[in-house]
Design a binder for this molecule. Sequence first.
Ligand code: NAP
Length: 450
Amino acid sequence: MTFKSINPFSQEIIAEYEALTNSQLNKKLELAETAFKNWKNTSSQERADKMQKLANILRANKEKLGLIITSEMGKIISESIGEVEKSASNCDYYAEHAEQMLKDVYYDTPFKSMSVYDPMGAVFAVMPWNYPFWQVLRYAAPAIMAGNVTLLKHASNVIGCAKAIENAFLEAGFPEGVFQHIGIEIGQVESVIAADIVHGITLTGSEGAGSSVAALAGKHIKKTVMELGGSDAFIVLNDANLEKAAEVAAHSRMLNAGQACICAKRFIVTEKVADEFVSLFAKSMQSLQQGDPLKKGIHLGPLARLDLAETLASQLEKSLKQGAKLVVGGEYENCNFQPTLIDFVAVDSVAFQEETFGPLATVIRAKDENDAVAIANNHRYGLAAAIWTEDREKAYKIARNIEAGNVFVNSLVRSDSRVPFGGVKKSGYGRELGAVGIKEFVNMKSVVIE
Ligand code: NAP
């Protein structure tokens, strides 16, 4: 099988890559095993020095690496460079804090007892194309700082990014086999999950891929972390700062051309302020420039693949037939989808029920605050949500009632190395980032000494 990297803006083929044969894959698994034997015994300091070097390499090459991201998946160049910088900061963070996070924990018992954190082996990662650097460094930096090695199966349209990340690890002095990109077909995934050296699996991607990989991991009794889809609610209440909310609403929906798991997707607005909010939101959306992702002044580029634009167009068409009203946009050509806003979206319509992965914002009108929270929770996904109100106490109470892994008040939902991140319901389980993220793939071993 051949993987093609296609520039979504120009539709040019950038490169073609052959999938690994089974015997090439076995060699990579053997290399991971050999590398782990040494890597697990390295000191925290040695790991931190290399991780810090990796961060510096990423930063020093951010323009070049950003260009690889933009040409393979189409996000605007400033966002690509920002993604490389953020990935570097995540390496800084775990280089600085991993040792402290994994310190032995002692218990109050009449005998000596403690927990120690041992590495597990290889972590197998299945990753998506939408943040092709950030998603990878987000799991790989803590996993490797904990003494694990890793095998990455990246999305098949961003193999150039996978290779660039692997090269950066080697340049930083990580021994061969500590971080390996493996260009494999879906049919080869089970053999990696089954391999003895693999003890943990992390997947960021769609619900379907998560369900399939988690089922295989269950069959082979391997620990998993699942970071899946979302349809985040953005709740606007009567007392919200509507101008600010509308400005952030457009930003939050159009981030990465609408292709982020934590893009706000369902804008749930109380009836009293809905007309005003929709009019401000429409204005913010109309001010966005779409075009060549390499040009200055462009706010959103193309979608990453043609099939994604076609799926979004079909979701829009069905939702309009189901009674939604088009306010802004609605057209697309090739991968370029206009920023689109629809209002009066019903809870049983496609735009509400399904994850919409592109620049389509849907407004749902709620009777009041309680109705808004009920609508937000009436969903299969539970990744994140935003609440807009000037009453911080009320916001806290609502936040506690929202069924999601992350709730932000009067702000854009975003990930941060210091703050645990993950979802509930069909958005997955487990947490990345922060001190809990590094503990997902370690053996927390109890040691008792009489
Ligand atoms: P995707 O189609 O599920 O692909 C993600 C990865 O899974 C790719 O490497 C893909 O490989 C692989 N894959 C697909 N089907 C598989 C299967 N049956 N078995 C094993 N691997 C499989 O998702 P995507 O379209 O790339 O990414 C968008 C999705 O990811 C959205 O739902 C988004 O919300 C979610 N996401 C979630 C988070 C989070 O933190 N929760 C973050 C980012 C994205 P191929 O490329 O070879 O098909």
